[in-house]
Ligand binder design. Structure first.
Ligand code: ZN
Ligand code: ZN
Length: 211
């Protein structure tokens, strides 16, 4: 029996414009959250992966990742050497696979951020997994829709905090046994976590402000 392990498969460092968390703080936050590992997924760069890895204690696995800006939504490239091109989802997925990595749709139906709204069945045929629990989705239905999409297409489910601050690390997790990328390919992951959902009223206000 291999033991169940918990990974936060979406974290940001100060290599992302929207985060100010230095690499060593991300590593420390992951340990404090009791995680077995994290994926470092800065926007379109792998610049800080090595620094997080250097700061991580022996028990903490650090997966090299990128949150890729596609022509639709964001896409998590996990287990890649370099950032995939910022282009259409199909080409990005192909590049991730060419690098031996795993491609995950990131908060795919969060309409307050970048989201996917076309070619969905074609994308579902190529992608490896769907992030069904993203703790930065302010409306529960965005995560619910991702979860039903994954179930409908028989895709693996992942969870990630999308942390931009240390205290957010670990708020959403991917649970599996053994290597997380192998578990994703085998469709043997589960996703859990909490999100800071805003009430419908606040979300509407926010939406109006963002329009
Ligand atoms: Zn994103
Ligand atoms: Zn993100």
């Amino acid at each position: 029996m291999s033991e169940r392990r918990a990974y936060d498969l979406q974290t940001h460092t100060d290599a992302s414009p929207c985060s100010r968390t230095p690499p060593d703080r991300v590593a420390r936050a992951a340990v404090d959250a009791g995680l077995d590992g994290i994926a470092v997924t800065d926007h379109d760069t792998t610049e800080n992966v090595a620094a997080v890895r250097a700061a991580a204690p022996p028990g903490l696995e650090v997966i090299a990742g990128v949150e890729v800006t596609t022509t639709q939504g964001h896409l998590l490239a996990l287990g890649v050497e370099h950032p995939p091109p910022k282009t259409d989802p199909q080409t990005v997925i192909e590049d991730v696979h060419d690098q031996g990595g795993v491609a995950v749709l990131s908060h795919p139906f969060d309409r307050l951020r970048q989201y996917y709204d076309r070619d969905l069945s074609a994308i579902a045929r190529r992608v490896d997994a769907v992030e069904v629990c993203n703790s930065r989705c302010v409306r529960k239905r965005y995560n619910d829709r991702a979860r039903s999409f994954a179930a409908k297409h028989g895709l693996a489910a992942t969870g990630g905090s999308d942390a931009h601050f240390p205290m957010e690390v670990g708020r959403a997790r991917t649970v599996c046994t053994g290597d997380p990328l192998a578990a994703i390919r085998a469709g043997e992951t589960t996703a859990a976590g909490r999100a800071r959902y805003l009430s419908g009223h606040v979300a509407t206000k926010l939406h109006q402000l963002l329009r």
